[in-house]
Structure formats: structure tokens, C-alpha cells
Design a protein around this ligand. Structure first.
Ligand SMILES: Nc1nc2[nH]cc(C(=O)O)c2c(=O)[nH]1
Ligand code: SF4
Ligand SMILES: [Mg+2]
Length: 248
């Protein structure tokens, strides 16, 4: 059985060690694996090479299309397990794209990893639209759920699924991470928090931006809004450290 990964360079899967740059585990040394494909299309997506393949004309701010053959790599599951086990980290971050689109294959990979390395902590970066399958759910220690607001350009009926948001709000493993580009986006965050009863302890706001200057300037007003609303704020550490680069 196989799994579709993103690539760092053609033919090389995007599997790398880095500090978790975002959310509740920011700063923790982690092993990342980036899966290909997404069911949403955010106009500011910083990993459009996971989904915006040639022929996909959904709007994106760069308008760039990516060749599937060089930006996607299909690997056997056992090879992915072996590549991951070659790293020493005791924390894994699964990201994408939307990794839960490949829940069946991913569950088999994570089960093999956890069997080989007991105590391994697994977190997953998800857009929050896909229910984790029964097989994968118990293998995930932390869900970093990033529901997409109106400025993403996705229709709300695709991006905000009420049953899902209700389930994440009730799951103590789920941390919400809202990407915010303007102060007005925070009105939407506040409305979602009230609607679904999301505890402030599990609600992060994060500036949209792929360079330090943008992040810093947005954090000026975002930090004040976080304080006012009782939310947590997260930076994007990896952008300051490495820039907007694959495999970091
Ligand atoms: N260092 C680092 N931390 C991250 N946290 C979430 C990431 C993502 O792309 O989902 C990410 C990433 O790409 N790199
Ligand atoms: S949900 Fe994430 S991976 Fe998918 S388009 Fe939006 S930002 Fe990109
Ligand atoms: Mg990223």
C-alpha cells in the first residue's frame, strides 16, 4: 500500500527534522512528514505545491501551478516507516496539504511507528474538515486544527463543518489555530469561539505571513486582540529561523 507525500526536491519526500514552529508545541524538536493533496484551496496557502497541480485553476494569490510529477511522490508505506525510523526524534508532526485525506494509509504508518518506538508523540496539522477515521483517531496525541476563515477564499460550507467543529471543541486533544491576516478576521474567530464553546486555553491565533516583517507587524495588533479575548497567540518560529523554505 502507498502514501502520497510532498517533495523537497523532485523525488525526495518532505520528511525532515525541525523545531515545531507553531502552536502549543512550538519550539519542540520534531520530525515532520508532509503529505500531498488538500480538499481546500486557501488563496494564501504556503504549501500550494501539495495541491495546486497543473490544471487546477482555483484562485491562489501567486497563481502558480505545480507539476504533479515533481511535487508529489508516491511511496510504499513500509518505506515511509523506515525513513521516519532513521530519525531520532520522539515527536512526529504530520502535516500537508490535508493529511487526514489519507487516513487509512497514515494509520498503518503511525501504528508501525508507535510499535517500533513506544511513547512516540504524534501530532497532526489539519484543516478540521475531515473526521479522523476510527483507525487513526487513537494514534493521534494532539490535533492542531486550523479552520479556515472567509479571507482564505474557501466557501464556508466547505471550510467550516459544524459537526466537526463541535467534535474538535469537545476533544481535549484538539487545539484550534486560526490564521489571521487583518483585525476584522478576529470577529470571525470570536463568533466561532462563542458558537462552539471553544476554551481560550485551546484557541490560538496566528498571523498569516511567510516573512518575518509581515509576521512582526501583524503581531503588533494581534497580540492586543489575543490579550483582550483571552486567546493564545503563536508566532511562526520556522519562518524567522529558515524563511519560507521546503523541508524546514
Ligand atoms: N518547523 C515547522 N513547523 C511547522 N508547524 C506547522 C507546519 C506546517 O507546515 O504545517 C510547520 C512547518 O512547515 N515547519
Ligand atoms: S487547508 Fe492548509 S494545505 Fe489546504 S489549501 Fe489551506 S492552507 Fe493550504
Ligand atoms: Mg507550513
Amino acid at each position: 500500500m502507498t502514501i502520497a507525500l510532498a517533495t523537497t526536491t523532485p523525488g525526495e519526500p518532505e520528511i525532515f527534522a525541525s523545531l515545531q514552529g507553531e502552536g502549543p508545541s512550538a519550539g519542540r524538536p520534531s520530525l515532520f512528514i508532509r503529505l500531498s493533496r488538500c480538499n481546500l484551496a486557501c488563496q494564501w496557502c504556503d504549501t500550494a505545491y501539495t495541491w495546486r497541480f497543473t490544471g487546477d485553476n482555483r484562485p491562489h494569490r501567486d497563481g502558480q501551478a505545480f507539476e504533479r510529477g515533481t511535487n508529489q511522490l508516491i511511496l510504499p508505506e513500509d518505506e515511509v516507516v523506515a525513513r521516519l525510523l532513521a530519525f531520532p526524534q520522539d515527536r512526529v508532526v504530520v502535516t500537508g496539504g490535508e493529511p487526514l485525506l489519507q487516513a487509512a494509509a497514515l494509520a498503518r504508518v503511525l501504528a508501525a511507528l508507535k510499535a517500533a518506538r513506544p511513547g512516540l508523540h504524534v501530532e497532526i496539522e489539519t484543516n478540521g474538515t475531515v473526521a479522523p477515521s476510527l483507525a487513526i483517531d487513537p494514534l493521534i496525541d494532539q490535533f492542531n486544527v486550523s479552520p479556515k476563515l472567509a479571507h482564505s477564499g474557501n466557501p464556508a460550507e466547505l471550510a467550516l463543518i459544524p459537526e466537526r467543529l463541535t467534535a474538535w471543541a469537545a476533544d481535549p486533544r484538539a487545539f484550534f489555530k486560526f490564521v489571521v491576516a487583518s483585525p476584522a478576521d478576529c470577529d470571525e474567530v470570536a463568533a466561532l469561539q462563542a458558537c462552539y464553546g471553544i476554551p481560550g486555553e485551546r484557541l490560538f491565533v496566528m498571523p498569516e505571513g511567510t516573512d518575518s516583517e509581515t509576521l512582526r507587524s501583524r503581531e503588533k495588533w494581534l497580540s492586543a486582540l489575543a490579550l483582550e479575548n483571552g486567546w493564545r497567540m503563536t508566532d511562526r518560529l520556522h519562518i524567522h529561523l529558515y524563511g519560507d523554505t521546503r523541508g524546514t
